[in-house]
Design a protein around this ligand. Sequence first.
Ligand SMILES: [Zn+2]
Length: 259
Amino acid sequence: MKSLVLIEYNNKSKVKPMSIPYHLRFSKKAKYLQLRISSQGLFVVVPHKKPPSQKTIEDFIQLKKNWIEKNLNVIRITPKKTIELPENIHLPAFNQIWQVAYLKTISAKLKLITNPHNNQLTIIGDIAKQKQCLQLLLHWLKKIAQPFLANELQKLSDETTLFFNTVTIRNNTTRWGSCSSQKNINLCCKLLFLSPNLVRHVLLHELCHTRFMNHSKSFWQLLNRFDPDAFLHAKNLKNLRKTIPLWTETNFFYENASI
Ligand SMILES: [Zn+2]
């Protein structure tokens, strides 16, 4: 970790030195200098291909010192986020509620056992490993979302004669779905937390992108043909993001604030 001493003058013009320690992180993707703040402190993301000089980096920190101080304070006073392990998982898309039990055993390895007859999930092993428990649940969610969403998409594709190439289920952080110009559709496993009519709306939205790769008037006309409440459904979707259980967020261990 490096440390930069910033000199700040107060109104009496007395010198007040202030030290901001920072970590350097080289990134292949980054094109510009970036600042990131997490509970581990300040990170300066440096473009790997064209690393700037030490002086440029420190001038950048100096320039952004108000932002840095403000966000470091926010991180300091914000209690570290902890996500509770869910005791039940409600999946409106299926109209199912799954109970989750956690069984502590001496085995360090964690295992998830599914009992579909009574909608029961059991995680056994070192259940103190919260992150790994949540990863097992997310893996299960994606596994059950795959055949269901692929099947629903195929049915709607046949019904609408809007054809797609492949379908992939992911745990997207910001999108419910997407469609590439090759007609490859990507759907988010969190769709299982939505009602059947909203799942249908998202799938139809992506299928309409196989004809229009934009949100033009023609796109909405086509979507409205299959989903007459498309505008209302789109509006409802926006508000529902916040209701998705927190445990499905894969990045909850990091508090990031970037400029
Ligand atoms: Zn779209």
